[in-house]
Design a protein around this ligand. Structure first.
Ligand code: FPP
Length: 234
């Protein structure tokens, strides 16, 4: 959700106003995604690297997050949206974590869509944490070294029920992965939008979906019937 700061600067506002305004985009995108049948939506709201932003901005983001969770709780419940946090959630201030846990519990039965907020999230950290958990199980004799498979790692990621993303959308013209879902994004399609996050609305989500539907996903396979070798017939 890039571009909050740039949006604020453009309007001569402080960065916090950009984040506040970005919350409106979050509402619209979550609502549209649920309406259009998206089963899983993950928003990269706060990365492990974001802790090194100015203290006041971090504090303001945490306050905004808590306010959002409290404010949207009923709407999520009413619309059958289950909310979950992924990341090193134990790093969050305790009052934010308590609120998150409460909303997770209250909305757990939501069937329409699962909305994940990546908070204190880093892809490398997620893989490291999963590998650490796996090593502990190996040491305890619960897992044999031969049983260390992709699945053994995948099921120890922050949310084992989260499917790999089909599509990753990045706003504000950025074209990097920035430590997001490194394991899970292996075969994700990427769509980049120049729109700053506070201006990103459902029409931009729809454009991203249209671009995604135009993609041919081969998952490393050959899909046409061009012979691979001289004289070969498929
Ligand atoms: C990146 O833009 C954005 C963030 C680090 C925070 C995202 C937070 C929100 C959209 C609001 C709160 C979220 C929820 C889920 C309630 P930036 O600050 O790096 O902007 P810039 O690239 O223009 O500087």
């Amino acid at each position: 959700m890039d571009g909050n700061g740039r949006w604020a600067r453009k309007g001569g506002l402080i960065r916090l106003k950009g984040h506040e305004s970005g919350t409106q985009s979050v509402r619209d995108i979550v609502e549209a995604a649920a309406e259009w049948g998206v089963g899983h939506l993950t928003l990269y709201a706060f990365s492990v690297e974001n802790w090194s932003r100015p203290k006041a901005e971090v504090a303001a983001l945490m306050t905004l997050l808590k306010k959002f969770l409290k404010k949207e709780r009923e709407t999520l419940l009413k619309n059958g949206i289950a909310l979950r946090g992924i990341g090193r959630l134990e790093d969050l201030p305790s009052s934010v974590l308590d609120t998150l846990r409460e909303v997770e519990k209250a909305t757990a039965h939501g069937k329409k869509m699962t909305l994940r907020l990546a908070l204190s999230y880093g892809g490398r950290q997620e893989i490291t944490d999963a590998v650490k958990a796996l090593c502990q199980d190996v040491t305890a004799g619960k897992v044999q070294a031969e049983e260390v498979t992709e699945d053994a790692i995948a099921c120890r990621l922050y949310d084992s029920e989260m499917p790999d993303p089909d599509l990753i959308i990045r706003s504000a013209g950025e074209k990097r992965l920035s430590n997001f879902l490194l394991w899970e994004a292996s075969y994700a399609e990427f769509v980049y939008s120049d729109v700053l996050w506070p201006e990103f609305r459902r029409e931009h989500l729809l454009q991203a979906f249209q671009e995604f539907h135009g993609r041919v996903r081969r998952f490393g396979k050959v899909l046409d019937d061009t012979p691979s070798l001289q004289g070969e017939t498929n």
